[in-house]
Design a protein around this ligand. Structure first.
Ligand SMILES: NC(=O)c1ccc[n+]([C@@H]2O[C@H](COP(=O)([O-])OP(=O)(O)OC[C@H]3O[C@@H](n4cnc5c(N)ncnc54)[C@H](OP(=O)(O)O)[C@@H]3O)[C@@H](O)[C@H]2O)c1
Length: 164
């Protein structure tokens, strides 16, 4: 079994990105992302790879999905379809889907776990998360974080496991 976990930060209006960038800078959320994903396989679309400040992210095995035949990226493994990305995942350890919109949508039916950071504010965006059918998911952990002066909005970490 290859456990598949989606990790994503989503605004109240489902916004996740604009101009191939994130919509906010939440240092604590980035630390959590690093703590969860370090030492694991991370799977991403080519646009998300290009948006990373450090490429590839250190101390993780990166699988980058692209439609461009034969394209390679130093330090990354390539997958030319969702099925190929699954073939490259690790057995018995969490594999993290780290974005973006196109790739999250295709992995939603395959994911076993969701690590959501819900930002309690609307953002203008060009990339949105697909609607989540919460009847298929059970909340297993939740932490609510209050706004600070610098951040200006509340957010919550919510973890779900697939029910069905
Ligand atoms: N809020 C968050 O947690 C979060 C996390 C990650 C990303 N983001 C944001 O999301 C946005 C990027 O998302 P996006 O939807 O534009 O792009 P994306 O999902 O990161 O990447 C899309 C690209 O992946 C490749 N791809 C996707 N599905 C494929 C398939 N089935 N077979 C082959 N290749 C496939 C294609 O690459 P080629 O064009 O090379 O063929 C496609 O253009 C950015 O704004 C980013 O900041 C937000």
């Amino acid at each position: 079994m290859k456990p598949i976990s989606i990790i994503v930060a989503i605004a109240q209006n489902n916004a996740i990105g604009k101009d191939n960038q994130l919509l906010w800078h939440i240092p604590e959320d980035l630390k959590r992302f690093k703590a969860l994903t370090t030492g694991h396989t991370i799977v991403m679309g080519k646009r998300t790879f290009e948006s990373l400040p450090v490429r590839p992210l250190p101390n993780r095995r990166s699988v980058v999905i692209t439609d461009i035949p034969g394209e390679t990226i130093p330090g990354c493994e390539m997958a030319y379809s969702i099925e190929e990305a699954v073939l490259k995942m690790e057995e018995g350890r969490e594999n993290y889907i780290i974005g973006g919109g196109m790739v999250y949508k295709q992995f939603m039916p395959l994911a076993h776990k969701l690590y959501l950071t819900i930002v309690h504010k609307d953002f203008e965006a060009d990339t949105f998360y697909t609607d989540i059918d919460y009847s298929q998911w059970q909340e297993i952990a939740r932490e609510d974080i209050s706004a600070t002066d610098t951040l200006g909005f509340d957010y919550s970490y919510i973890t779900y496991e697939r029910l069905l």
